[in-house]
Ligand binder design. Structure first.
Ligand SMILES: Cc1cc2nc3c(=O)[nH]c(=O)nc-3n(C[C@H](O)[C@H](O)[C@H](O)COP(=O)(O)OP(=O)(O)OC[C@H]3O[C@@H](n4cnc5c(N)ncnc54)[C@H](O)[C@@H]3O)c2cc1C
Length: 388
């Protein structure tokens, strides 16, 4: 009998397990993969601030530090966002193979049991809580728990079985393909983003440096807008931009771009990270929100155990915490994503040209939108219509 079973040892699950275990709870963290952190389905970019809120930064899992981002319109007009003036590095490209393992290790150090090669198959309700069905190293297993935290990623089995989320529609998920490439010749102080309906329908392509001339080169497309699989667009992008280098790894994956769900809880259950569609609808970035949601879920688990109340109405305080942290950003960026999806390539070109000469000294979607509004006041009316 556990106080909490956490399914999935990604950033959300490990952070939830660590936070709950630190508060004295009896925690089991299960991960279906044999090795935590591999394969890496991520471009691994995160801002320094959002990372240092939750973990002490350790150079062991930082592959590269960047000072800014370069964004390219379909006609290759360049917009530079750089915070060199504001301080040192502003963003990191992680080595998630090491980072995810580090998080699971600190969860274990805090007292959580960590079982790899253990898949959660489902759960059933009992008089005292839940019975979770597991398959561990080829054998079926059952454990009892008061609380279950679903941190099992974008296709969360726990979330669907609990009736909290439904299968995403093709317009609510980015389909991604990514190569790790070596021998790439870029300025490693920047991350690179490439926009365009033809280049990446409903998404964008990226190059994130990983040091020593290697980089994650990837693309995300919306299946509702793309006619071909993501890998097709990735290969075309590499050819178009003329990226030279050797492919040493390939991964395909998906990111929810849903926006904010109304609740991430049911009786005895909380969802966090991609399982609760917590990733950003514009950038697809989800590591920071996964860490934050995992932390809040761990806190509320401890409060629930203390109060002996595992009802959805008690667990709703978890909704309150993640929503006040990043719920508004999810709502706003979903609207902005829908707005930007309506712009054709020539409009994207002229918007980029209008701000190409400006120096944007903050690396955020908000900073870009603020600069666009300053330079193109006619956008205010369009956005207002969109937001009301
Ligand atoms: C190509 C790509 C590029 C991306 N780039 C970035 C980026 O640059 N920056 C950024 O912030 N975000 C990025 N993201 C998103 C980011 O990877 C996710 O938002 C983040 O990993 C979410 O963390 P999580 O803990 O919620 O889920 P995950 O990291 O997906 O972890 C879920 C874990 O649950 C395990 N699991 C699933 N089902 C079960 C089960 N039944 N039993 C046991 N274990 C189970 C999985 O094996 C996995 O380890 C990218 C995503 C993709 C696909």
């Amino acid at each position: 009998m556990f106080d909490v079973v956490v399914v999935g040892a990604g950033p959300a699950g490990s952070m939830a397990a660590k936070t709950a275990a630190e508060r004295g709870l009896n925690v089991l963290l299960v991960e279906k993969r044999q090795e935590i952190g591999t394969p890496v389905r991520c471009a691994e970019g995160i801002s320094k601030d959002s990372l240092s809120r939750f973990v002490e930064i350790d150079k062991k899992w930082i592959a590269a530090e960047v000072v800014g981002a370069k964004i390219y319109a379909p006609d290759m007009t360049e917009v530079v966002m750089a915070e060199e003036m504001a301080g040192n590095e502003v963003g990191f490209v992680l080595e998630r193979k090491i980072f995810d393992r580090h998080l699971a290790r600190i969860a274990a150090k805090a007292g959580a049991e960590v079982y790899v090669k253990t898949t959660a198959l489902g759960f059933e309700r009992t008089d005292n809580g839940l019975r979770v069905k597991l398959r561990r190293l080829g054998e079926n297993w059952e454990v009892e728990t008061k609380l279950l935290i679903g941190a099992d990623g974008v296709e969360s089995r726990i979330g669907r079985e609990a009736g909290i989320i439904k299968t995403l529609r093709p317009s609510e998920i980015e389909s991604c393909a990514q190569y790790l490439m070596s021998g790439i010749d870029i300025d490693e102080n920047y991350t690179y983003f490439y926009l365009g309906n033809e280049l990446a329908p409903g998404g964008y392509a990226w190059i994130f440096p990983k040091g020593e001339k290697s980089a994650n080169v990837g693309i995300g497309v919306l299946p509702s807008m793309a006619k071909m699989p993501a890998k097709y667009y990735l290969d075309r992008f590499i050819e178009k931009v003329g990226i030279k280098g050797k492919i040493v790894e390939f991964v395909a994956g998906a990111v929810p771009v849903y926006g904010e769900i109304s609740t991430a809880v049911a009786d005895n259950i909380m969802l966090c990270g991609d399982a609760a569609y917590h990733s950003d609808p514009i950038t697809g970035g989800g590591i920071a929100n996964a860490l934050s949601a995992g932390y809040h879920a761990g806190l509320v688990a401890a409060e629930a155990i203390m109060a002996k109340d595992y009802s959805a109405s008690f667990l709703k305080r978890y909704d309150g915490l993640w929503k006040s942290d990043f719920g508004e950003r999810l709502r706003r960026n979903k609207k902005l994503q829908e707005f930007f999806l309506k712009l054709d390539d020539s409009t994207l070109n002229s918007l980029a040209r209008s701000i190409a000469v400006k120096k944007i000294e903050e690396m955020s979607v908000q900073a870009i939108v603020a600069e666009l509004l300053k330079t193109n006041p006619n956008l205010i009316e369009l956005l207002r219509e969109f937001f009301t």
